[in-house]
Write a protein that binds this ligand. Structure first.
Ligand code: NAD
Length: 341
């Protein structure tokens, strides 16, 4: 990839896309970037000066073509998604992301795009391989025979397949990263779409600030996961995109923890010990999931390595500042509004 090629990032108003634009610009030195998201610009998590930012709904064909015009490389991250609380209750909405992926692939083919990265997910893996908390880490081949997460996972698996056939039939160099739980600053931490690491930080911060001293945990807390810090996600994504690897690849940490252990980490960072209330009826996803990183090590000579403790410290500090500054600005606004009548 040349530094003056036009690179498009979709979903750039969101968590990973916002970081990716900054990384391509500042770390990899790309000078021509187009960032696209359906949200109005004032709702984007990050805006980077010097980047062409477009607010477009990419589920519409003409917008996908507008986004892809003159592009050499497309990172397609736009999707309707969230944590377990969202994807278990919005299956149809998650599946409608197939419109984004279909139109972006068609536009990429017709606009002469050379490389197309697709952000897939560990939710493509077959449910019967994730029934034990003491899980065997998932290898790329474990996605078949197919029985992915209902709704969101089926859409991702279908779109992976579409990427494969666009490569075989039209020569578009599609690259597929299967992200395993990504976390870090500038992500969603409230509102219903947040994922476990951000949700735990928020809950611990709220318990600490309010003095309530207790926390609700979804499930019995013994379900296991691995969590990848955003910096690792950016390295894996850009390395895979510029590689010659045609098959889907895990991009995830292999540091397996239970949700209870994740809470231990956040409590330690916050310097508190909370009473845990387990909500057994809440959405909890599969029992255990981890990333097998044998293949990524083999083909990229690299794998995610940021320790959970280190990544969570940065994430906690960012969410803490956001919550406290949000409270302060609300408190400052109230007297002004009262004064204004
Ligand atoms: P995010 O929700 O923060 O970002 C996705 C962005 O896509 C949002 O800003 C949203 O407004 C935008 N979008 C949705 N519909 C759109 C449309 N029709 N047109 C244009 N933009 C649209 O999510 P994220 O965590 O940054 O995830 C990025 C990608 O990575 C997604 O494809 C997601 O499925 C995938 N992924 C993320 C994780 C994770 O842990 N965060 C794990 C696996 C896969």
């Amino acid at each position: 990839m040349h530094k003056d090629d036009l690179v498009v990032v979709t979903g750039a108003g969101g968590f990973i896309g916002g970081h990716l634009v900054g990384y391509l610009q500042r770390t990899l030195g790309h000078g021509r970037l187009r960032a696209v998201d359906c949200k109005p610009l004032d709702e984007w998590y990050q805006i980077h000066p010097g980047v062409d930012c477009l607010s477009l709904d990419l589920s519409l064909r003409e917008n996908a073509y507008r986004a892809s015009r003159s592009a050499r490389v497309v990172y397609n991250l736009a999707a309707d998604m969230g944590g377990m609380g969202f994807i278990e209750t919005h299956k149809a909405e998650c599946m409608l992301s197939v419109l984004i992926n279909t139109h972006m692939l068609l536009a990429a083919k017709d606009c002469g795009v050379e490389r197309f990265f697709f952000a897939s997910s560990a939710c493509v893996y077959a449910a019967d391989k994730q029934t034990d908390a003491n899980v065997t880490a998932l290898q790329e081949a474990d996605a078949y025979p197919a029985m992915p997460e209902d709704g969101y996972g089926w859409e991702k698996l279908f779109s992976e397949r579409m990427c494969r056939h666009f490569r075989e039939d039209y020569g578009l160099k599609t690259r597929i990263g299967r992200y395993h739980n990504v976390y870090g600053p500038h992500g969603t931490y409230d509102g219903g779409r947040e994922k476990a690491p951000a949700a735990m930080c928020r809950k611990v911060i709220e318990a600490k600030l309010s003095g309530r001293n207790e926390i609700e945990i979804w499930g019995d807390g013994e379900q296991t996961r691995s969590f990848m810090y955003i910096d690792d996600c950016l390295v894996g994504t850009t390395r895979l995109a510029s590689s010659d690897i045609n098959e889907p690849l895990n991009i995830g940490s292999d540091e397996l923890v239970s949700i209870n252990q994740l809470v231990d980490i956040v409590e330690k960072i916050a310097g508190v010990k909370l009473v845990r209330r387990y909500n057994l009826g809440a959405p909890k996803g599969v029992r255990g999931r981890n990333s097998d990183n044998t293949l990524i090590q083999q083909v990229l000579g690299w794998a995610p390595s940021v320790r959970l403790q280190d990544g969570m410290e940065k994430t906690y500090r960012w969410i803490y500042d956001e919550i406290v500054s949000g409270r302060e600005s609300r408190a400052n606004r109230a007297p002004r509004l009262a004064a204004a009548g």
